[in-house]
Design a protein around this ligand. Structure first.
Ligand SMILES: [Zn+2]
Length: 237
């Protein structure tokens, strides 16, 4: 499970003013032994069976079991690393450093149209008492608008559900267009009330960078997956 963690992309956002936060966006594994992301043997990595849905798993006890299917995980348990797997979909990491609450979100087109990242932010607020003004977000590498051509299967529900749909697509030609999945999720974070100054984005396209990333669109269903995650090693004061 940890084999994809040995080469990573981190963004500086969470390091500022926070203690013991580990977060990363995965890449293809580099040669050599895998690294352990949080250093100690006691870290518990929590992943879920992802189904391109919008269900959010909330873990508020150390013993909580992670059965079922979810596409986002929220927790306030130090020593737990929550992680999602992607290969073109958008990995999103969330943190409220004042409450020690953090989340990992997997957003493909179905989850994005279902506003999964807004749902995860809602769970942070409603279940864990987070304030919007404290939440920070990092949007990871995914397929870019350059390579993500979609057809009516995606465009039709997008047009039905989002009046501003034209702002998240480019190159509209008949029933086809290029969808900006990363920008769409960033937009949803802002609409949820997270200021743009608290959202970091890794603007790398997984399909354009075969050296760094697996890509479902480029390589097909048998491609690998990158794991991205976030965890706390200590309770924040
Ligand atoms: Zn691209």
């Amino acid at each position: 499970m940890l084999s994809t963690l040995d080469s990573i992309i981190t963004v500086p956002l969470f390091a500022k003013g926070t203690v013991g936060v580990c977060h990363y966006f995965g890449t293809k594994p580099a040669p050599g032994p895998p690294a352990t992301p949080m250093g100690g043997p006691s870290v518990r990595v929590v992943t879920v069976r992802q189904v391109h849905g919008t269900d959010v798993l909330a873990i508020d006890r150390r013993t909580a079991a992670a059965s079922g299917s979810y596409d986002a995980i929220v927790t306030n348990q130090p020593g737990v690393l929550v992680a999602v797997e992607t290969a073109d979909c958008v990995p999103i990491l969330l943190l409220d450093p004042s409450k020690g609450v953090y989340a990992a979100v997997h957003a493909g087109w179905r989850g994005t149209l279902g506003r999964i990242v807004e749902k995860a932010v809602g769970v942070m607020q409603n279940r864990f008492g987070c304030h919007l003004r404290s939440i920070r977000a990092a949007v990871g590498p995914s397929i870019g608008v350059c390579c993500y051509e979609v057809n009516g299967t995606v465009l039709a529900p997008l047009k039905r559900g989002f009046p501003d749909w034209a702002e998240v697509v480019e190159n509209v030609k008949g029933t086809k267009a290029h969808l900006d999945l990363r920008g769409f999720n960033r937009r949803q974070l802002e609409e949820a009330g997270i200021g743009p100054d608290r959202i970091e984005t890794v603007n790398l396209c997984t399909a354009c960078h075969p050296d760094l990333f697996y890509s479902y669109r480029r390589d097909g269903a048998r491609t690998g997956r990158m794991m991205s995650g976030i965890g706390l090693t200590a309770v924040l004061s």
